[in-house]
Design a protein around this ligand. Structure first.
Ligand SMILES: O=P(O)(O)O[C@H]1O[C@H](CO)[C@@H](O)[C@H]1O
Ligand SMILES: Nc1nc2[nH]cnc2c(=O)[nH]1
Length: 304
């Protein structure tokens, strides 16, 4: 595969970014450079930059050095793909992600998820920094995603749009059970074992296009719709993962509350969001390693 193509101009009409040949080519490129055969795929979002520190690293690649990979331009997203082990579990972990608002096609945004699948990933853990709409959520809390409202997907900005290739998954996909029940159960059990229960919730996330934060009217509308947290990532990745048969687990770290009142003097910035995330990293690391040790028994059972 040609690795010298420049990011942002890497697709050809006969090889669109989401096509199977490109995805397989990227997976083969990676697998030929590592001995790790990953089972868990991780996407670490804003504020989770040090979470991959728990990995016993075997190989690390900058996104820009991986053919076709979308490169993150957002502060706090290192743009590194790590292959290694958490305990005895082989993992593939993205330290940062590229977002739709950075200008990528939605199919390019989910290319790493499909590459994970082709590399052997069976379970995925995705994080996002999000604003809380639910009045009971506090900054520093975590919300396990039970479901999502994908505003982009509903409007047709959907990674499943375009030529349908059965090697990924079906044309028409059932999405009422995207977030794996067993993994959510393990995550709740892990929070309980660690004594974190009071900070953990389960709820509904909304993905919006960004990059602006929401108006007061938008926040009120989202809350009226029953949405608990809002962010600018994850739903498309979860959708692509579910589509290709990966078991998906995702969570929001609550980095801010949303602005529900006019003239409230409310202020939020990406730097504040990053700082809120950093404060939660130790807790998240403990929690994730507990989930992975609970998951490792299931992974053993399905070892090829
Ligand atoms: O979704 P992640 O990558 O965690 O990042 C969230 O934080 C950024 C805003 O501060 C946005 O990119 C939003 O999507
Ligand atoms: N859209 C959106 N994304 C976020 N990411 C972190 N906080 C927020 C927020 O309040 N809104």
């Amino acid at each position: 595969m040609d690795t010298k193509v420049i990011n942002g101009n890497r697709s050809r009409p006969d090889h669109p970014p989401g096509c199977f040949e490109v995805v397989k080519g990227v997976a083969d490129w990676l697998l030929s450079r590592t001995d790790v055969r990953p089972r868990i795929g991780m996407i670490c979002g804003t504020g989770m930059g040090s979470v991959p520190g728990m990995i016993n690293v075997r190989n690390e690649f900058a996104f820009e050095d991986i053919p076709h990979f979308p490169v993150s331009t957002v502060k706090g997203h290192a743009g590194k793909l790590i292959l290694g082990f958490i305990g005895s579990v082989p993992v593939m972990c993205m330290k940062g992600r590229a977002h739709y608002y950075e200008g990528y096609d939605i199919a390019q945004c989910v290319l790493p998820v499909r590459v994970m699948k082709e590399c052997g990933v069976t379970h995925m853990m995705i994080s996002n920094a999000a604003g809380a709409l639910n009045e009971n959520f506090q900054v520093g809390d975590v919300m396990i995603m039970k479901d999502h409202v994908n505003f982009l997907g509903l409007a047709g900005v959907n990674p499943l749009r375009g030529i349908s290739d059965d090697r990924f998954g079906p044309r028409f996909l059932l999405t009422s059970r995207i977030y794996d029940k067993e993994m959510r159960q393990m995550a709740k059990q892990a929070a309980k074992e660690l004594g974190y229960e009071s900070q953990f919730h389960e709820g509904v996330f909304a993905m919006v296009g960004g990059p602006n934060f929401e108006t007061v009217a938008e926040c009120r509308m989202l809350r009226m719709m029953g949405i608990d947290t809002v962010g600018m990532s994850t739903a498309h990745e979860a959708l692509a993962g579910h589509h290709c048969g990966i078991k998906v687990f995702a969570f929001s770290i609550v980095t801010n509350k949303c602005d529900m009142e006019y003239d409230s003097g409310y202020h939020i910035s990406h730097d504040q969001i990053l700082a809120s995330g950093f404060r939660m990293e130790l807790m998240i690391r403990m929690w994730i390693s507990t989930i992975i040790s609970l998951l490792s028994a299931e992974l053993e059972k399905t070892k090829s």
